[in-house]
Design a protein around this ligand. Sequence first.
Ligand SMILES: NC(=O)c1ccc[n+]([C@@H]2O[C@H](COP(=O)([O-])OP(=O)(O)OC[C@H]3O[C@@H](n4cnc5c(N)ncnc54)[C@H](O)[C@@H]3O)[C@@H](O)[C@H]2O)c1
Length: 319
Amino acid sequence: MSRIITPYSARSTAAEVIAGIDLSGQRAVVTGGASGIGLETARALADAGAEVTLAVRDTAAGERAATDITAGGAPGKVRVDHLDLADRTSIDAFVTGWTGPLHILVNNAGVMALPELTRTAEGWEAQFAINHLGHAALTLGLHDALAAAHGARVVVVSSSAHQQSPVVFDDIHFTARPYEAWSAYGQSKTATILFTVALAKRWAADGITANALHPGGIMTNLQRHLDDAQLRWVGALDEQGNRLGVPPGWKTPQQGAATSVLLAAGPEVEGVTGRYFEDGNEAQVIAEPTDGRSGVLPYALDDKNADLLWDETIRLLEG
Ligand SMILES: NC(=O)c1ccc[n+]([C@@H]2O[C@H](COP(=O)([O-])OP(=O)(O)OC[C@H]3O[C@@H](n4cnc5c(N)ncnc54)[C@H](O)[C@@H]3O)[C@@H](O)[C@H]2O)c1
């Protein structure tokens, strides 16, 4: 399989990717669509005429985002619906409330580097639960709606932080090993890529594609759990300790949303499934972790790991 290369780059914006694409008649869900990359993804899809549902924890923030998008003149209708990915009752309510086909599902919401070990009501480590398991429950619950769209696309916002950790199947929830924030975040993001690989294999017959991506480095609310030392480490503080809006080598939210929009709507990736992208192109498979900024490690695309992750995900969700 040759690597997929498009005309886009790290500097491309969501608006550039969506230009000329008509999504009228299509329906999209963007989780975490009230802020950051999700907001810009939703805006681009609505600009192309899609009916977009912002699936959000904070519906007041969602309404403000919807108003912001429509005030910009987007022709697509923007709806807001409550979704807390840490809460199974909320996910089930969202799924039950969905009627009709769903053409685009963007699993974008996420939490990063929680400083303390945090568990959900089920006892699951919170980043694995929100970033992976919650989205898995949502995606599985929406299967029939996706299949009904005949050509639906599932877009999974992962991260180059997958390079920080494989899925540690023996102790996913840090019951035996010491908690470490970046390992937990990295593990959750590896899981999201493996889930994409598993979905691609299982749902191809339903005409559903699934691809994962790293959006790049973008200053958003995601960094709220980082202290000054960590912000300096990621290059987000200058020497005087001032927070930089777009640190060198980072992207704006509009650039950060470009690869999500490409995978959600771009003709360049029609029919493509089970792959991992960054900067608008399929990522290079790398042998060793880089500085954490580019490339995909083989363990995140490994078919056997994807099967293990799928089985464990179903076991936990049905448990
Ligand atoms: N910003 C970056 O540099 C960067 C880099 C790599 C990957 N990502 C990924 O991009 C995605 C979007 O992040 P962002 O940078 O726009 O940050 P953000 O904080 O603006 O967006 C994350 C969204 O997820 C939502 N969310 C968090 N917990 C939730 C829950 N339990 N239920 C429902 N929604 C919940 C938040 O409310 C927020 O709207 C995340 O998955 C993140 O891991 C971001």
